[in-house]
Each structure stands twice: as C-alpha cells, then as structure tokens.
Design a protein around this ligand. Structure first.
Ligand SMILES: *[C@@H]1O[C@H](CO)[C@@H](O)[C@H](O)[C@H]1NC(C)=O
Ligand SMILES: *[C@@H]1O[C@H](CO)[C@@H](O)[C@H](O)[C@H]1NC(C)=O
Ligand SMILES: *[C@@H]1O[C@H](CO)[C@@H](O)[C@H](O)[C@H]1NC(C)=O
Ligand SMILES: *[C@@H]1O[C@H](CO)[C@@H](O)[C@H](O)[C@H]1NC(C)=O
Ligand SMILES: *[C@@H]1O[C@H](CO)[C@@H](O)[C@H](O)[C@H]1NC(C)=O
Ligand SMILES: *[C@@H]1O[C@H](CO)[C@@H](O)[C@H](O)[C@H]1NC(C)=O
Ligand SMILES: *[C@@H]1O[C@H](CO)[C@@H](O)[C@H](O)[C@H]1NC(C)=O
Length: 782
C-alpha cells in the first residue's frame, strides 16, 4: 500500500517518466467516459463505481437487495399436461412443435424475472474543468480507489472505499492547500423518490423500487449521506444537496438500506432504522480509522494469495487502457497477474460472507445514471463462473451468500417440481423433497422455466449450481457440518431426477431428461429442445455420485443411495460423433463446425472432471475436437470458459491464445471489466479462477503442477493456491521448469492426493497432517 502511494506521488511529479506500477493497480490517466471504464469497490453488500470526473464526479451506488418487483411464484397451473405433450413431440422428433407447446402452455406467469437495480449515484460537483496530472486508480490490494489531479496549482485527492467492518461507502476529499476544498454533493435517483430532505450535514432520500411487469413494487429504500468537515462550512441546498465551502478536507459517508427481509418478504424491515444503526455505530469515527479498519478487513482476504508472472517494465508503466489495447499484439504477462488480482477484488467486493445476495451478472454493480438492464442469476453457466476463483485463490468464505441462495431455491423449487414435473413431494428420511430450478433465478428465488422454451426449458440448473457447494466441500473435506448442511439439497435434487428421468426414445435402456436442452444451443431441428443432452447426463451423474458419497459419509439413507446408484448406471454414456467430436446430444447432430458461445458438453472437462486426458484419452480428444468446432469465444465469458478447458486438456498454447483474446479488445473493456453487450462480471471472475488451472490443478485424486504453462511465461511465483483435499500450494518455476512447490496441509484430515508434474508419469503419494509441508522440486519427478 505504501508502495503504491509512493508511485502515485511520483507519477504526479514525473508524469513523463517511465515508472513501474505493481500489478495490483488498475489505473487511467483520464476520468471514465462510460460505466464500463469505471472503477469498482464493494463490501459484498454496498457497491460503488467511480467515474472520477473533476468537473462532476459520478459515483454509481448499489445495494445488493435492491431488485425490481416483489415476492412471487410464477407458477403456471396445468403446465404439466403441456409438458407431457412436449415430451411426446420431442420423442416424435417434432422439435418446433414441442417448443411451440412449451412457449404457449408451460412458461411461467409472468414469463420473465425481476432484475437487480441501481440505487442511483452520488454526484460531486467541483467545476474543476481544466486540470493537469490526472490519475484515477483502483488498488486491488487494498480495495481503495483514488483520483488525483492539479487544479489552480493545488493537488486534489479523493479516496473512495466500501467498508465491510463499518458497512458504509466513504469518499474522502483533501488537497495540498488549506481551505481549498469546495464542492456540492447530491444524490441522483432513477426510481420514484418518495421523500428527500437536506441539512448542512445530511441528505436523506427515500424511494421505491420499480415494478416489474405485473409485479408491483414491494421494496422501499433509503439513501443517507453524511458530510464531515475538518473546517470550512456547509449548507443545505434544496432538499437533495449539500454545499461545502473552504474546507481543508471532507469525508462523505453513505449508507443505503432497503426494506427487504427475505425472498418471501420484501417490505417488513425499516430502511431508516437500518441506516440509523449504521451511522450511530460509526458516530465520530475519524476518516483515518475508517480507512485503516477497511484495509485491515480487506487484506485478511486479499493477502491469502499472490501472483507474479513476471512483467515487462515498459508495459507495466502504462495506464491499464493502453496495456489492454496493446495486449493482442504484444503479450503482457503482468496484465495477466493484474487481471487475476482484479478478479479477486471483484469477488471480495460482491460476495463477502456478510452479503445478503450472491454476485449476479454484474456482481453488485450497475450504472447509476442510466436505466437498469437485465441482471439476474443465470445458472446455465454464469453464476457458476462467478465462483471459480473462490476456492483456488483462497476466498472460500465468499461462497456463503451462494450457499444461502441454494438453500432458498431448494425450498422454492419444490412447488415447481410438484406442479410442473408432477413429483410426489415426499421427503426422504434425511433429504429435502424433490426440487428443481431452471435456467434463471432472482432475489425472489423464482424457479419456473421463463423467457422462451429455447432458454428456459432446462431442468438441470439446480444440479449445476450445486457444483459450487460440492467444490467447497472438496476443498474443505473435513467439515462435516458443511456436509450435513448440504446433504438435504443434494438428496432433494437427486430425488427430483429419480422421479422425472424417462426412457430415451432412441434407446429405452437409457434414462434421460425430457424436455430439456443443451443450454441455448439450437440443433438442426431449428429448435433447442431435446432429451438427454450430454450436459444433463454428466451433471446428473455427478449429483447422483455426490449424494451417495455424502449419504455414506453421514451414515444415512443407504436404501436411497442404492436406488440412486442403480439409476445412475442407466444414464447414457458419452458418445463420439462422426466428426470425431464429443457429442452435444444423443443424436450425432454436430459433426461439422458450428461456432457458439456455450460449450456445455465440455462441463465434463471443466469445471467437472469426468473427462480427464490422462485417464480418458479418447474422450479427451473428442472434447478437443468439439472445442475446435465451437470456435474461440468472441466476447468475455465464452473466452474465459475456454481457458480452463484447454488447461485441463493440457493444451498450453490454446489456453494462451484464449488468454490473449480475453485480455484484449474482444474480452474486456478498457479497464479490464468483462465485455458483453454490457459489463458482465463472469468474464472477470470465471477468468481469474480459470487462469489458475494453467498453473495448478487438483482433481481426480491428483495435484498437477504446471499442467499448461506456455513458454511465454517461463518464470513465476504463485503463493496460496488452494488444492482439493485440503492443501495450499506455493509454486515457483523458472526456465519453464519447476523450481519448487511447497504443499501444505491446511486442515486436519486432509485427503491423500497423488502429485504429478505436468503430464509426466511419476506420482508421489502425499498424506500430511495439519500444518505439515512437503517441498517438491523437478528432481522429485525425475
Ligand atoms: C409429429 O408430427 C407429425 C407430422 O406433422 C404428426 O403426424 C405426428 O402426429 C406428430 N407427433 C406428435 C407426437 O405430436
Ligand atoms: C489526503 O488524503 C490521502 C488519503 O487519505 C492521504 O494519503 C494524503 O496524505 C492526504 N493529503 C493531505 C495533504 O492531507
Ligand atoms: C412507495 O411504497 C410505499 C410502501 O409500499 C407506498 O405506500 C407508496 O404509495 C409508494 N409510493 C409511490 C410513489 O409509488
Ligand atoms: C470561502 O473563502 C473565500 C476566499 O477566502 C471567501 O471569499 C468566501 O466567502 C468563503 N466562502 C464561505 C462560504 O465561507
Ligand atoms: C464448516 O461449515 C459450516 C457450515 O457451513 C460453517 O459454519 C463453518 O464455518 C465451517 N467450518 C470451517 C472450519 O470452515
Ligand atoms: C442402447 O443402450 C445400451 C445400454 O447402454 C447399449 O448397450 C446399446 O449399445 C445402446 N444401443 C444403441 C443403438 O445405442
Ligand atoms: C475415465 O477414466 C477413469 C479412470 O480410468 C475411469 O474410472 C472412468 O470411468 C473414465 N471415464 C469415462 C467417462 O470413461
């Protein structure tokens, strides 16, 4: 932290000199011109994104429970009969008829979900129109955004943070001259404002969330700003603004609270009482204490991991936007480290244990100025990606909001299972009744199929989302409390599939999902619907196996487990098509190139592990062929997903090609934020976790060192990579060779794992007690 402050000061003095910047800092030499190049901070619950204008500074504000609409369950009575019709149409290969049936008589009522909303913006106006030596940065190692510039011979500095311990967003403004800080601060609010009042030190605005289609507004919220001055004076201006004059420094504190209690109750809490509690707790806390408490809490999480892939001093000295612009032509290894650090900062910012909601498509960040766009939980890949860095980079605790969401949908998904899929809703002895969630959910935990048959009619969303919890267990295998907590969810999901799998029309020995789809991918029948897509078969195989493993660990439900094992044997195997490709469907429909963003069957390679090149070489070759057919990704998250898939296939060159695409104009906006038609955070989070697979993998009972490191990254050090089984690895390599891997058992009861270098043959069995380490070098594998 001190280092980056030194650099900041030096940059102001010597702007024309070349200076190295540590690979923890995203920075620009100009203010943001769009939300997509703002700088983001968050405490899990409160998000802010900083544009950093000097004339007028917009700080978008977000609170994680401010969603549109209110509690609902989009049940469609009578839909089960239509589902049976669609199933028969699929069996008769009348694909478009089946989609028409689903669109007309199955989709939810309403048939689209609610959305995360912005809480507006804080607008700081100074009218410093012509400035010099401008710099705006996010230090991912501290979670602090800083802007600074010179105006009228005076250097002005603003620092922005979102504090978890104090539960506020704070902006501190000072300058190098006494009494030079003058500005106005106001709130902008896109929703209907219900009250607004200002004093010389406080602005309070209340508003209602926005209705969503037929769903009325159910949430009220309050934004409260408090301004604390060192000296000078302040006054209220109208009902929404404070004018500050001639201070030496000023601190703006912001609390945002809503009336949300839980998915069934959006309105019973008092936002005003919540904000009052926040402010009374920090009453007279000085800025320096707030700042140091924030840094102390943030670094507990951030400092568990570090990455250094080497860098090019000339490239590292450039503002981040210039590095992104050059990266496609000139590979910039330091930018990879910066991207991983940013990803970790964004996960800490959007999903800390104290957060109410898990990270959605934009994390917790939305443009504070323009109308909100669709941002819910898409669970046919995107929310899962958001948690890929959690375990491997030491942020295991950040999974907690997602675990709570899964506990919710395993309850709300019961009525959908019963009404749409005609499950019997009988609880197993230790498990939940059957439950299901389709391709999306939201703050109200809706689980019914929505949007359109070719997106929504997919009953395997819960099975995929459960994988995040299963991974958490694999990394923390001695936590029996956690195993007990998640077993009912797995048992309820398995029970759903036991009751709803049906014989496949093309081979009655196989049991399949129907109707379903391979997410969002149209097949030659001009439709996406089908039965038994490869992704479903693979996910259900996993959930069945995981349920049996948990039941055995907990010593429960042996008859149920035996039934699951018998049914699992009837799932279709992986099939290889006439193009040599891993089939996406049970019909060999995709034997020629067909570019697409989703690569659903490759779930079996990553994040799943049923296809492993070292033990399933033929299937791995077919998986690689399917990747060729699907082409490289052409925007953020699809590119990000391909990195760990290539890494698991031990294809370092193609992993590198995707990495270059990700950190260039196709994959990210100018400040490394994930690119889609809007900012989409899954590229950042999924990318940060996926990149680690190039350096260390741990699955199928093995820890694999340096499995897919390209020659352009000949040396590096990554500390604090976590491995399944309960280990932490500090990894160093140079001249493309392993220098050392220090493997430490972080828990008591760590699982025995074999250790392998690259794809070499030698395995070393590792079994360590808590705190014990073993150091591996190349010679251990000679
Ligand atoms: C499938 O379509 C054919 C041709 O329109 C029709 O004769 C048949 O009845 C359909 N089958 C089902 C199960 O809808
Ligand atoms: C202004 O605030 C920043 C951030 O807290 C601090 O580092 C700097 O020393 C302050 N400058 C002055 C002149 O007080
Ligand atoms: C805002 O919500 C409150 C509480 O539900 C309601 O009483 C009020 O009428 C709403 N105001 C507007 C302008 O919609
Ligand atoms: C701020 O300082 C300036 C220059 O000393 C002075 O003219 C002005 O009246 C002050 N404003 C307030 C509101 O005190
Ligand atoms: C084990 O899991 C429980 C339940 O999720 C959690 O509360 C606890 O903190 C975990 N213990 C450890 C040591 O991680
Ligand atoms: C049908 O499934 C059985 C059992 O997996 C398998 O042995 C057989 O080859 C399959 N038949 C066809 C035509 O795929
Ligand atoms: C992959 O190989 C493992 C180890 O030999 C084996 O147990 C597993 O069944 C194989 N998977 C498939 C899908 O063939």
């Amino acid at each position: 932290m001190l280092f980056s402050h030194f650099i900041l000061a030096a940059a102001l003095l010597l702007a024309s000199d070349v200076l190295a910047t540590p690979e923890t800092v995203v920075w620009f030499a100009q203010p943001g011109t769009a939300f997509t190049d703002s700088l983001m901070i968050g405490n899990g619950r409160l998000g802010a994104s900083v544009w950093g204008g000097t004339s007028s500074d917009n700080i978008a504000l977000n609170e994680d429970t401010l969603w549109s609409g209110g509690p609902y369950n989009p049940i469609h009575p009578g839909a089960h009969a239509a589902l049976l019709t669609a199933r028969a149409q699929i069996n008769a290969q009348n694909w478009t008829d089946a989609e028409a049936t689903i669109n007309a008589n199955v989709l939810g009522n309403p048939s689209s979900q609610t959305n995360f909303q912005t809480a507006g913006a804080l607008v700081i106006t100074t009218n410093h129109n012509t400035v010099s030596n401008y710099r705006r940065q996010l230090d991912t190692a501290t979670g602090l955004v800083t802007t600074s510039y010179v105006f009228g011979g005076v250097t002005y500095t603003r620092e922005y943070l979102s504090s978890a311990p104090d539960n506020v967003i704070a902006v501190h403004i000072n300058s190098t001259a006494s009494n030079a800080v003058s500005f106005t601060a106001s709130f902008s609010t896109p929703q209907t404002v219900t009250s607004s009042s200002a004093t010389a030190s406080t602005v309070i605005v209340t508003a209602n969330n926005t209705a969503e289609g037929v769903l009325p507004s159910a949430i009220t919220f309050e934004k409260r700003m408090q301004v604390i001055l060192s000296d000078g004076s302040s006054a209220a201006a109208g009902t929404n603004e404070i004018t500050v004059s001639n201070a030496t420094s000023a601190t703006i504190l912001i609390s945002i609270s809503t009336s949300f209690k839980n998915y069934a109750d959006g309105s019973s809490q008092s936002p005003s009482a919540r904000n009052t509690a926040v402010f009374s707790k920090i009453a007279s806390t000085a800025w320096t204490s707030l700042r140091s408490r924030h840094i102390a809490a943030y670094t507990v999480l951030f400092n568990r991991f570090s990455i250094d892939l080497g860098n090019d001093a000339a490239l590292s000295a450039l503002p981040t936007d210039q590095r992104v612009a050059r990266n496609m032509a000139t590979f910039d290894p330091g930018l990879v480290s910066l991207f991983v650090n940013l990803g970790r900062s964004l996960l800490i910012g959007s999903s800390q244990p104290g957060a109410v909601q898990p990270a959605n498509l934009q994390g917790i960040w939305q443009d504070g100025l323009t109308a909100s766009w669709q941002s819910k939980y898409t669970i046919n890949i995107n929310i899962e990606m958001n948690y890929w860095p959690a375990e491997v980079t030491g942020l295991s605790d950040c999974v907690e909001p997602l675990a709570r969401m899964m506990e919710d949908v395993s309850v709300t998904g019961q009525s959908t299972a019963q009404t749409l899929w005609a499950t019997t809703n009988t609880a197993k002895s230790s498990g939940l009744p059957p439950w299901v969630v389709h391709h999306n959910t939201d703050q109200w935990r809706a689980t019914w199929p929505i949007d359109d048959a070719r997106y929504g009619m997919w009953p395997t969303g819960g099975a995929w989302e459960l994988q995040t919890l299963w991974e958490h267990f694999l990394f923390n295998p001695s936590n029996t409390t956690f195993a007990k907590r998640i077993y009912p969810l797995f048992a309820g999901s398995s029970q759903f599939f036991l009751e709803t799998l049906v014989p496949y029309a093309g081979n009655s020995s196989w049991l399949v999902t129907n109707p379903s789809m391979s997410p969002e991918k149209e097949h030659p029948g001009n439709a996406a619907d089908c039965s038994g897509p490869t992704l479903d078969n693979t996910l259900i195989r996993d959930v069945f196996q995981q349920t049996v493993t948990l039941a055995s660990l907990l010593g429960v439900d042996s008859a149920f487990a035996a039934q699951i094992t018998a049914t699992r044997a009837k799932l279709p195997p992986f099939l290889i098509g006439s193009g040599g490709q891993l089939q996406e469907w049970l019909i060999d429909w995709d034997s020629t190139p067909s570019a697409f963003s989703h690569i659903s069957p490759l779930y079996a390679v990553f994040p799943g592990s049923q296809i492993d090149p070292l033990s399933n070489a033929t299937l791995a070759k077919a998986a690689a062929q399917l990747l060729v057919f699907r082409g490289p990704g052409d925007f953020g998250w699809p590119i990000a997903w391909r990195i760990p898939v290539y890494a698991r296939l031990m294809d370092a060159n193609n992993a590198l090609n995707q990495l270059k695409l990700l950190l260039g104009d196709l994959g990210v906006y100018r400040g490394l934020l994930g690119k889609n038609s809007v900012f989409q955070i899954d590229a950042n989070l999924g990318g940060a976790g996926g990149i680690i697979e190039m350096f260390l993998q741990s699955h199928n009972g093995e820890i694999r060192l340096l499995p897919a490191v390209p020659t352009v990254l000949p040396a590096g050090t990554i500390k604090g990579i976590r491995a399944r089984g309960g280990y932490t690895v500090d990894l160093t390599w140079s001249n493309n060779q392993l220098a050392s891997a220090v493997v430490t058992a972080t828990i008591a009861g760590a699982k025995t794992m074999n250790v392998r270098l690259k794809n070499g043959p030698t395995l070393v069995a590792l079994s360590l007690g808590q705190g014990q380490s073993r150091t591996f070098t190349s010679t251990d594998f000679a």
